[in-house]
Design a protein around this ligand. Sequence first.
Ligand SMILES: *Cc1c(COP(=O)(O)O)cnc(C)c1O
Length: 297
Amino acid sequence: MQLIQQNLATIDPIVLDELSAQGLIAEVLRLDKVHPVISGNKWFKLQFYLQEAVQSNKKHILTYGGPWSNHLVATAAACKELGLRCTGVVRGESPKQLTPTLQEAASWGMKIEFISRADYSTQKRKYSSTQSDLYVIPEGGYGKLGVKGAATLFSLTKEKSYTHLLCAVGTGTMLAGLLTMAPKSCQCIGIPVLNGANALEEAIQLQTASDKKNWRLETGFEWGGYAKHPPQLIQFMNSFFKKTNIPTDIVYTGKLFYAFTQLVEKNYFEKNSRILLIHSGGLQGNRSLSASQLDFS
Ligand SMILES: *Cc1c(COP(=O)(O)O)cnc(C)c1O
């Protein structure tokens, strides 16, 4: 099963004076390029869930997300291509108008259902008990099969000898997957984009082999919490694009690349470090901004 074009995921150098001044080499794995819709890490995390669903003859996929969820769009597009029915359950009251993200998911055939925050967990159970051809994928692809899928990402790094690997952390599934493949000599650094790093740390620990020590989370780059994007973050994203030609998103990769530049400024990396950053996609989420805010699209 292969819906995306992995060979489109190039590894691009990041050229910045600060890096050469410190003797650092940094590159970006451009997962934002693999598919116009199912971009970034989401296909990787979905693939084994979908495979299991198809193999066990399930015809209806149900999953969860927020109104700007990359996961819902990716799931919708993947189900369309696989000929599976799908439902996206969204927290919150039904709005007058769907967000562009949900409109897009709906255009791929996803049925969108809103449930109140209070009902979220009870509803979850209700769905799974009433339909035998239903296959439920955890929000964000969190879980064992998501980690297994994210691990396949590592082969795209061409397994060059990086000393550090940096990625954004939502549920931590991508980081857990990368960790299962990364050699001990490679420090895997996650940048949480939401508050509550302790819970994340546990989630990642749970999802990886416990003997893995070559990872850590660097916190302080949440910008107030999940999907919060103060004007300074937007400014950073614009100036980073101007310097590097790399577009970023407000929820994940903007915060990742900002954190990276801050860590470089603090002399976090030793001279001659070879650093790989994972551009995990998510650019569609920028549609929540008004048109004039970003200098790229
Ligand atoms: C979902 C997502 C992440 C976070 O992945 P997790 O496995 O949940 O940590 C990072 N970047 C982008 C663009 C995403 O859409």
